[in-house]
Write a protein that binds this ligand. Structure first.
Ligand SMILES: NC(=O)c1ccc[n+]([C@@H]2O[C@H](COP(=O)([O-])OP(=O)(O)OC[C@H]3O[C@@H](n4cnc5c(N)ncnc54)[C@H](O)[C@@H]3O)[C@@H](O)[C@H]2O)c1
Length: 596
């Protein structure tokens, strides 16, 4: 029989604590909510009432249920109020000495059978537990932000946590409607160990002016389907908390440089820019605690007119290539009203591309997204050719041929001879340096990367890659074209992986390393990222879809260019590729797809 928890305590009512109080009280459990001072108690109380009022306003909670929920919470200053609770969750700032002090005090105040839990994200639960005389009753219960919304709870057992306590806490998580994964005490557990390297890397991109905050965030939201971009997430977590988590992970997790907090984070914390809770972090908010972002001096002007500012007029577009990307890109331009010249290596290939574009447009008609007239008009705008000479009078060329530098360079040299002056020459490469392609021409200022995502007609993101020779006019033109296509163009520098792959693949690689170290299972790691961070797919699901060979190749490129030791491909990934386990396409990757 699992233990009944009728009354619990929560210590610290900040970003996490207030949400944890709500989770318990929503599920009919009485809560003693403790803060350090009257002022902090008031802040915690207003966070709770604000959150429950919003739930009522959105129709997610009945007003009577809110009142019942609030009546279950007893707000108190000081730990003495916790003498009769069955379990305490501590959610004070991420400092070991503070947590140890609080646990020693809880040990003194709480009844002997009470379970003492910490919501720490990165500190050692074991080190916290030894501050008490009951380390076997100390456990980590790691909720995710925002606690009332995110389904995951990581239950962290130490070497001395008793099995009964683990089972009781797992049953409690179920009662709260959460999904728990139980793991050992290691820095960052599952989700944060995979998340924070990525967040820190995103901050370093911003710090290094590689891309703007809006573009970094849009890239990860639109390119990977994440619920929020990394910088917005840093603001939600709180920069002070994020700093402490990174710092602890760096020290506890083998001094991986990727966890050494980027200097900008410390500077922002010192300046009081803590994120949402202080009203300003990477973004500016309506007021402290508000989720509403307001414009500030870094906010770009988003109007169509501003986007077109300095851009060249584009009416006729050449697309070179006949593969998946070229085909999708032809469709995208034709649908958006551009005149398109498709150049392939022969009539047969052109016929195939034509059929694929037609089939795709037909699907749009069947789904009611496109009229028959629009389909005919789009097809009518495409001219089919097998010779580059037909690109003499286009305004923009988009190259989407095989991913081989020699082939692309030769093509750009030819385009340089054929195309009229002032044309923008774009490459869709996902891994080659755009500058290499640009230097194959006499007009590198007109060359830019336009990295579309697959399938191009569906994916809303395009990375606009500017080299050190790309002119501002060319970049402006590329952005304006993306907007005219109904896509979001994000501008970044010419570095391996651009924004999305550079941030995504090291995280996937880290997940493989975690599996390889037997810290957790593929299923639990996938759950953790989906339910704890709201990712549409877990890392192993995604790796199997993308292809392990493709993922390994991208990871190798990143490693070779940036020489970051933490980017070295996981040996397990290499072995699976060698064994021919490439993911869905070969029937087996991290999972066996033949039996599903
Ligand atoms: N922010 C996140 O996204 C997140 C997610 C999961 C876990 N965590 C972990 O949760 C814990 C709390 O983080 P947070 O982001 O909520 O911090 P926070 O700074 O928002 O809140 C901490 C609260 O603790 C209170 N406090 C400080 N000393 C206290 C004391 N002696 N007694 C009672 N209350 C005290 C503070 O007044 C403050 O309200 C940390 O261990 C953090 O790592 C954070």
């Amino acid at each position: 029989m699992a233990r009944e928890f009728t009354r619990v305590g929560v210590v610290g009512l900040g970003t996490m604590g207030a949400g944890i109080v709500e989770v318990f009280a929503r599920n009919g459990i009485d809560v003693v909510a403790v803060e350090i001072s009257e002022g902090a108690l008031e802040r915690g109380r207003s966070t709770l009432t604000g959150s429950t009022d919003r739930a009522v306003a959105k129709g997610k909670l009945a007003a009577a249920d809110r009142d019942a929920l609030l009546s279950r919470v007893n707000f108190q200053v000081g730990l003495e109020a916790l003498h009769s609770v069955d379990l305490v969750i501590e959610a004070v700032p991420e400092h070991l000495d503070l947590k140890q002090r609080i646990f020693a005090e809880l040990d003194r105040v709480c009844k002997p059978e009470a379970i003492l839990a910490t919501n720490t994200s990165s500190l050692s639960v074991t080190e916290i537990s030894v501050a008490t005389t009951r380390p076997n009753q100390v456990i980590g219960i790691h909720f995710f932000n925002p606690a009332p919304v995110m389904k995951l709870v990581e239950v962290v057992r130490t070497v001395v946590t008793s099995a009964d306590v683990v089972a009781d806490v797992e049953a409690l998580c179920n009662r709260l409607g959460k999904v728990d994964v139980t793991i050992n005490d290691r820095a960052g557990f599952i989700a944060n160990a995979l998340l924070f390297g990525y967040l820190n890397h995103a901050v370093s991109m911003f710090e290094g002016r590689y891309a703007t905050r809006e573009d970094i965030d849009a890239a990860m939201k639109l390119g990977c389907g994440l619920p929020m971009g990394p910088l917005a997430l840093m603001d939600l977590i709180g920069l002070d908390t994020a700093y402490e988590i990174l710092d602890t992970m760096y020290r506890r997790g083998g001094r991986d440089r990727r966890h050494a907090p980027v200097p900008l984070i410390k500077q922002m914390v010192t300046a009081g820019l803590l994120g949402r809770k202080s009203g300003r972090g990477f973004y500016t908010y309506e007021r402290p605690g508000s989720p509403v972002v307001v414009p500030d001096d870094q906010t770009p002007v988003a109007s169509q007119a501003a986007l077109a500012d300095g851009a060249r007029a584009i009416a006729k577009v050449g697309v070179v290539g006949s593969g998946t990307m070229a085909t999708g890109i032809i469709e995208v331009f034709a649908k958006a009203g551009y005149e398109v010249v498709s150049v392939t290596r022969g009539a047969e290939k052109s016929a195939k591309v034509f059929e694929t574009v037609k089939t795709s447009l037909n699907k749009g008609v069947v789904r009611g997204k496109l009229s028959e007239d629009d389909r005919e008009a789009a097809l009518g705008r495409i001219n089919w050719s097998a010779t580059l000479e037909h690109l003499a009078d286009v305004d923009l060329v988009v190259e989407a041929v095989v991913e081989e530098l020699s082939v692309k360079k030769a093509l750009f040299a030819s385009l340089d001879e054929i195309c009229k002056p002032g044309v923008v020459l774009a490459t869709t490469t996902s891994s080659l340096p755009v500058i290499d392609v640009a230097m194959a021409t006499q007009r590198p200022a007109d060359v830019v990367g336009l990295h579309f995502f697959n399938p191009a007609p569906v994916m809303p993101l395009v990375e606009v890659v500017q080299t050190i020779r790309t002119s501002a006019e060319t970049t402006a033109t590329a952005r304006a074209v993306c907007a005219a296509l109904g896509k979001t163009g994000v501008v970044c520098g010419d570095r391996s992986g651009f924004i999305v792959n550079a941030l995504l693949f090291p995280y996937l690689n880290d997940a493989v390393k975690m599996l390889e170290a037997s810290y957790s299972t593929a299923d639990d790691i996938d759950y953790a990222m989906k339910l704890g961070c709201g990712y549409p797919m877990g890392p192993f699901e995604l790796l199997d879809v993308v292809g392990l060979d493709v993922s390994l190749a991208i990871q190798r490129e990143l490693y070779l260019e940036l020489r970051e030791p933490g980017f070295a491909p996981a040996p397990l990934l290499e072995h699976l590729v060698t064994a021919g386990y490439l993911g869905r396409k070969s029937g087996r990757g991290f999972r066996d797809h033949t039996r599903r």
